[in-house]
Design a protein around this ligand. Structure first.
Ligand code: ADP
Length: 243
């Protein structure tokens, strides 16, 4: 049986003041897939994610999610999607619990208290629930954002460097939690990280971007074979140093 396409991107382009940040990329993400987006700084990964979340308007190209165009179906699609990024700034005076309650209401979560508590426990921050967000460390804020990103049991999830500020133990636990969540819910996850070992371990397929273009995509083994690298890290260094 053919896999269901959850995200379809065609000819996606973004110019900022005449400079092309994303240059006509096309790719697909299938149901239940963990798809990694990798590439050097400035490759266009964050801009791509922002367009997928409709936070930035594309200069050209089309994004279809759940089979329909994002542009005309924003509310429907974004209600079934979620994201986490280190750029999210949560209202600092609200406690962790208050912040998550606001999002739970926005997403219309049923039994929000139970859901929030379950997520806080999964990310081991239940003891911080009454702490104002401004007192949290960056790793703790990341974990609150990850709780937020799972509140509505999203069918599609966009994660921008979700483990970047986590210690190795918490990063490992987070990878396991996300893997488990994906398996239990059939969620498609688009994931960016500069940790190549993590990408190799987690992702079913990766998309390698450089200078706004997709230069390779496939299973990690296929990419390694194609670029004659022992691991994704070696492939990354080869590509980045040839620039
Ligand atoms: P990555 O996430 O892969 O590091 P980005 O998508 O952040 O790459 O950036 C791609 C290119 O677009 C870079 O050259 C960056 O300077 C440029 N860029 C990103 N956002 C903006 C913006 N808001 N205004 C102008 N240029 C931008």
């Amino acid at each position: 049986m053919a896999l269901k396409k959850i995200v379809e991107v065609t000819g996606l382009t973004k110019d900022f003041n005449g400079a092309r940040a994303v240059d006509g990329i096309s790719f697909e993400m299938f149901e239940g897939e963990m798809l990694g987006l990798i590439g050097p700084n400035g490759a266009g990964k964050s801009t791509t994610l922002q367009m997928l979340l409709d936070l930035t308007t594309p200069t050209a190209g089309e994004i279809r999610i759940f089979g329909v165009p994002l542009k005309e179906n924003r509310e429907y699609i974004l209600g079934l999607a979620n994201f986490s990024s280190s750029y999210i700034s949560l209202p600092y005076s609200l406690t962790v619990w208050e912040n998550l309650m606001v999002f739970a209401r926005l997403y219309g979560v049923k039994k929000p208290k139970e859901k929030i508590l379950k997520l806080l426990e999964a990310f081991e921050i239940a003891d911080l629930k009454d702490v104002p967000t401004r007192r949290l460390s960056s790793g703790q804020i990341t974990r609150v954002c990850l709780c937020k990103s799972l509140l509505n049991d999203p069918k599609v999830l966009f994660l921008d460097e979700p483990t970047a500020s986590l210690d190795p133990d918490m990063a490992d636990k987070t990878r396991r939690l996300l893997k488990g969540f994906k398996e239990d819910n059939g969620t498609s996850i688009l994931y960016t990280s500069h940790n190549m070992r993590e990408m190799e371990e987690l992702c079913d397929r990766v998309i390698f971007m450089d200078r706004g273009r997709v230069i390779a995509s496939g299973r990690p083994e296929e990419i390694k074979e194609r670029f004659h690298g022992a691991d994704l890290e070696e492939v990354f260094l080869k590509v980045a140093r040839k620039r």
